[in-house]
Design a protein around this ligand. Structure first.
Ligand code: TRP
Ligand code: SF4
Length: 400
């Protein structure tokens, strides 16, 4: 139960491009081999900013999943699902909203930032203010302890941790908790019980994090504990009572080094992207017409790669030999810019060929995509329902 579980979501607001691939998706591919992973389409999240254009969402849910599969996300290893198909997220969001101080939401940095950035939209809505809490519900409902996110999302994970602690603190105490916890300690056997108590004291009195980790490891290894006792002991360790929800940790995703065609960050809003499923001829044309060092007006003018967006692509795609060839050719005007771009074109096409092929397969077999999502939603629902049973019980919602 306390083995690592990774959860991440993406908003379905457009086709995925090389920026997503080199940033988020390659990281997901790596994670899916190491952890139990759940990846979901955050369609409700998309509505917090696109509530007036639902067509955008409808068009992009399936396509985004196809892009994931095309990139190599493996549905046999990983659970893929759509947020709005697991309505328990909404229930947890509602229940958490009861104990969420307004000030905590207003202080989340993305709240004011995004309102200013997307000033053409009216984002003074209840849903937009509450969106970090919806994200908390997404995470906490799976008891996911690792959440890969970009730097901009780290405050949301911090917020989720605070919500989690507050929840466990308010609702984690069962009647007679201390007695039950002490009885559970005895069940560890005398040697482990002593070790547990020592670690607990070291953590609670001196904040010794290593002691906390050793005690957690000890509990994870203890074979003869019931699940309830194990949870009690996790809670007792940190002094909070029964640990109903699990505190997640951000796994910081490194920013992609993949620039856009114009040298700015690759982004739909800058119109400088190469989509994962872009046609090879279009890709070739896009790269051939990329701007280069403005100093190279004529073929005979030498240039400086440092001033050229194509060079950024060489840094992503080329080996040392090619880079040396490009630098020497550029600074001496020995090669023309189209020549310099050719190895980049070849590398991008080679990278995208298998992705395009897998995407074409799923486009031709929409039933498979539907089945993958149906399976994923079902698996996600099972986990979500499990958590909700405990949450409802803790919050007094057991009538009937
Ligand atoms: N808020 C994230 C974004 O805008 C997407 C997201 C929603 C998410 N729920 C999540 C990411 C849970 C990680 C975990 O990119
Ligand atoms: Fe850019 Fe290459 Fe042209 Fe130099 S030769 S300006 S690096 S495209």
């Amino acid at each position: 139960m306390y083995s690592d579980r990774v959860l991440s979501g993406m908003r379905p607001t457009g086709r995925l491009h090389l920026g997503h691939y080199h940033g988020v998706l390659k990281n997901w591919l790596h994670l899916q081999n190491e952890y139990q992973c759940l990846f979901f389409v955050a369609d409700w999240h998309a509505l917090t900013t696109h509530y007036d254009t639902p067509q955008v969402i409808e068009d992009n849910v399936r396509d985004m999943v196809i892009d994931w599969l095309a990139a190599g996300v493996d549905p046999a290893q990983t659970t893929l699902f759509v947020q709005s198909r697991v309505i328990e997220h909404a229930e947890l969001h509602l229940l958490l909203s009861m104990m969420t101080p307004l000030g905590w939401l207003e202080r989340v940095p993305t709240y004011k930032d995004q309102q200013e950035k997307l000033s053409e939209k009216d984002l003074s809505t209840y849903g937009f203010l509450g969106y970090p809490l919806l994200q908390s519900a997404d995470i906490l409902i799976y008891r996911a302890n690792r959440v890969p996110v970009g730097a901009d999302q780290v405050p949301h994970i911090e917020f989720t941790r605070e919500i989690c602690r507050r929840f466990n603190h308010l609702y984690g105490r069962e009647p007679g908790f201390e007695d039950k916890a002490r009885a559970a300690v005895k069940k560890l056997g005398s040697k482990k019980a002593r070790l547990y108590e020592e670690c607990r004291t070291a953590y609670q009195e001196k904040g010794d994090d290593e002691a906390l980790e050793s005690a957690k490891a000890l509990l994870n290894d203890a074979q003869n504990l019931s699940m309830n006792d194990r949870e009690r002991l996790f809670g007792y360790l940190e002094g909070s009572g029964k640990m109903i929800l699990v505190e997640p940790e951000a796994l910081l995703t490194e920013a992609s080094k993949m620039p856009g065609l114009d040298g700015q960050k690759m982004s739909k809003s800058y119109n400088n992207t190469i989509a994962l499923r872009e046609d090879p001829e279009v890709i070739t044309k896009k790269i051939r017409t990329m701007p280069t060092d403005p100093a190279r007006v004529r073929r005979t003018d030498p240039g400086n790669p440092a001033n050229c967006p194509v060079w950024q692509f060489h840094l992503v795609y080329s080996d040392d030999t090619t880079r040396q060839w490009a630098t020497a050719g550029c600074t001496s005007a020995g090669i023309g810019c189209l020549e310099c771009k050719q190895p980049v074109i070849d590398a991008v096409l080679a990278e995208l060929a298998p992705i395009r092929a897998r995407a074409a397969y799923y486009e031709d077999n929409p039933d498979q995509v539907r089945n993958i999502l149906a399976d994923g939603c079902e698996r996600a629902q099972e986990l979500a329902r499990d958590t909700m049973r405990d949450v409802r019980e803790a919050m007094g919602l057991t009538f009937g």
